[in-house]
Design a binder for this molecule. Sequence first.
Ligand SMILES: [Zn+2]
Length: 127
Amino acid sequence: MRSNSTYKTDDLSIFCCQNPDCPDFGKRGLNNLTVCGIYGAYDYRLIRCRTCKSRFSERKGSVLYNSKIDSEIAVSVLEHLAEGCGIRKTSRLTNASLGTVARLSKMSGEHAKKAHDVLVPFSPSDK
Ligand SMILES: [Zn+2]
């Protein structure tokens, strides 16, 4: 089993509550989150919000949510795709299956579109 620790940090300020009914939903750096458990084959953290008492996976809200792929392999796949490698080439170079590469490509594209739609309204206007 691979170590998943490369992509983990003790700093929980990069996370936010994932409960849409919580007053702290989507707000980072409030110090309202704690790690309340570990789960899965790769020791994913279960995060708890002190405000609404809900618990959620550290992967919720990310491309890797509900994915069983190791973070290191997923990051490698996404890096190859970002550099312009095709799905077959990425599959060969990362030893991930064609289906996994295609799924990650589709999900990361959808995730990037959502991030774009949220971030663009805050961009300075073009003169
Ligand atoms: Zn909450």
